[in-house]
Design a protein. Structure first.
Length: 158
């Protein structure tokens, strides 16, 4: 018998004997206090001892606010000139704009960090006077499903 087999058998026998001993209440009561102390010591060693850096936390909040504000300004420019886009893209832009305004509103101190903030309507962004915005708006009609010709009765079945 070589060394690997001997170690395997010893491990197996130790496991069987250990489990049979742990099934007895007297052994469990005897081992419970030292195991609880060992577990609490292990958890104490795993917890970080470093206090959180408040400056880094404040900096990350300010950077997040600035990123949100830059994205809101970009979407305001997109909304001002999205008349030529499809209706789906227009709705998606307005939903994204509304979501960003909500996130910016729930960010603590977001408006304090932006002195140039002006209250904007949720759906109507400021319209710059450009050649593109002077055209009459057109509405795109989305047709979903099979196209039917006028005058023909609807077909039965597929």
């Amino acid at each position: 018998m070589d060394l690997h087999q001997l170690v395997g058998w010893l491990f197996f026998v130790g496991l069987v004997v250990g489990l049979s001993l742990l099934s007895k209440p007297s052994v469990r009561n005897f081992l419970a206090p030292p195991m609880i102390r060992l577990g609490s010591w292990t958890l104490a060693q795993l917890r970080p001892r470093v206090d959180p850096d408040e400056e880094a936390d404040d900096l990350s909040k300010v950077l997040r606010r600035q990123q949100l504000w830059a994205t809101v300004q970009r979407l305001q420019r997109v909304l001002a000139t999205d008349e030529s886009m499809s209706a789906t893209r227009q709705i998606a832009n307005r939903i994204a704009y509304r979501q960003l305004l909500h996130e910016l509103g729930t960010t603590p101190g977001a408006y304090d960090a932006m002195p140039s903030y002006a209250t904007a309507s949720r759906w109507n962004a400021p319209r710059p006077s450009t050649e593109r915005s002077q055209r009459a708006p057109t509405v795109e009609i989305l047709e979903i499903g099979r196209r039917r010709r006028r005058g023909n009765p609807p077909q039965q079945g597929w």
